[in-house]
Design a protein around this ligand. Structure first.
Ligand code: GP9
Length: 412
């Protein structure tokens, strides 16, 4: 019965997809480049320290891109690997551990596999040990033709854990240049990884009062990754890729710096629990379309689970046959974003669960007034969020997609 209930949940979700509006299939056949940036959070987008922009290149790109200002990471303990998994499978990560290490051999409807079967060349790029997060094994299962890991790169810009993002982007583009188009390229940056201490020679910002703190080092590291992004765009333009490629850039998770006083000092105001919850859970999403259309700031809630259905929408590939939980961000209907913690938002309210998990003990905020409101307003959303997380966990742990496919090949 439970299996039938879960199948029915997916069937209902997929019956709403895809929405055939003006963006559906508008970028059919384009290359797709996804960049998942390490610890790249939303709070410093468009902000300055000591009169200097933290992310000048991202800010410049925003003018010709879609910027989602309420995009959430939906990660758990699997951190970078969770961001990767959720973005590509449109399922939630697990409550404990990482799907990449626990269930790498189960079946998932993932973006690289779907695009590969549609004729795309698929490759993942990350200049670190290929076994980290069990990527080597997982990426084979996800349908990547090729995984360029540390051993494929010349470490000509040693920085932090490995190769600096500038050289990483440059060499990755060279690899891509040899691929047959259209391609799906997934790049994972690394230079802005905790503890963020880049050598003085790389630091370009004067972080003033944050100098010598982990928060100051974090801003420096993000500024460096932003400069690498600027160089990548220039190189894509020089190589004629810019107007043939959808660029989808987002942050993977928070920076693990939880001391509120840094954020209060940086933003120049005192912060509520709701402010901190959103700061720690929001990452920016920037989508640049090949023709630069639809640019603007989009403030509806969205999250990492939404990446795959949304990219399929732009490419005109129906997501109907697939078992996915995320929303299509190009569908105007109202949406709910569920975080791994059980917190959720529908754009009108934001619910934060209590440590004991009892619904009534959680806190509900009205996003309009940003004040606490009656918790009852969150009841239906809470039940739905709980169901989604539970169904997603069961799908992963009991390999349900494989079972659904066995019963009804090609889904529905
Ligand atoms: C290493 C990198 C780090 O390959 O992805 O992952 P994280 O520690 O942020 O999960």
């Amino acid at each position: 019965q439970e299996l039938a209930d879960i199948k029915m949940w997916y069937d209902k979700a997929s019956s709403d997809r895809p929405v055939m509006n003006e963006t559906y299939g508008a970028y059919k056949g384009s290359n797709v480049m996804v960049i998942q940036a390490e610890a790249f959070m939303n709070f410093m987008i468009g902000k300055q320290v000591n009169g200097q922009e933290i992310t000048p290149n991202f800010n410049k790109l925003m003018k010709e891109s879609l910027y989602y200002s309420n995009y959430y990471h939906q990660t758990g303990q699997g951190r970078t690997s969770d961001a990767d998994f959720s973005s590509h499978s449109s399922l939630h990560p697990l409550p404990t551990g990482s799907v990449f290490t626990r269930y790498p051999d189960h079946q998932y409807d993932v973006l690289p596999q779907i695009l590969k079967s549609g004729g795309y060349t698929t490759a993942a790029f990350h200049a670190y040990d290929s076994s980290f997060w069990n990527r080597y094994t997982m990426y084979k299962n996800m349908g990547y033709d090729r995984f360029y890991s540390k051993k494929d790169y010349v470490i000509d810009e040693p920085l932090g854990w490995s190769l600096g993002d500038k050289s990483f982007f440059k060499q990755s583009l060279e690899f891509m240049g040899k691929e047959k188009q259209p391609f799906y390229s997934y790049l994972i940056t690394l230079s802005s990884h905790h503890p963020y201490s880049l050598p003085k020679s790389v630091q370009q910002l004067d972080v003033g009062e944050f100098s010598g703190t982990i928060f100051g080092d974090y801003l420096e590291a993000i500024h460096y990754t932003d400069a690498a992004l600027g160089q990548l765009v220039d190189q894509m333009k020089a190589e004629g890729l810019w107007d043939k490629t959808i660029l989808y850039f987002y942050g993977d998770h928070d920076n693990s710096i939880k001391d509120k006083s840094y954020y209060e000092k940086f933003l120049g105001k005192s912060l509520t629990d709701l402010d901190m919850e959103q700061i720690m859970n929001q990452v920016p999403l920037l989508v640049h379309l090949p023709d630069g259309k639809h640019a603007g700031v989009y403030d509806e809630p969205a999250g990492q689970l939404d990446m795959t259905p949304s990219l399929l929408h732009l490419l005109g590939i129906s997501s109907k046959p697939y078992y996915m939980m995320g929303n299509d961000i190009f569908d105007d209907r109202s949406k709910m974003v569920v975080l791994r913690s059980g917190a959720f938002t529908d754009g009108a309210i934001y619910y934060i669960p209590s440590a004991d998990g009892v619904f009534e003990n959680g806190t509900c905020y009205d996003l309009n007034t940003r004040q606490k409101t009656e918790v009852e307003r969150a009841r239906a959303g809470y039940e739905e969020a709980k169901k989604q997380l539970d169904y997603s966990d069961k799908t992963i742990m009991y390999d349900l997609i494989q079972k659904f496919e066995e019963a009804v090949p090609q889904g529905r």
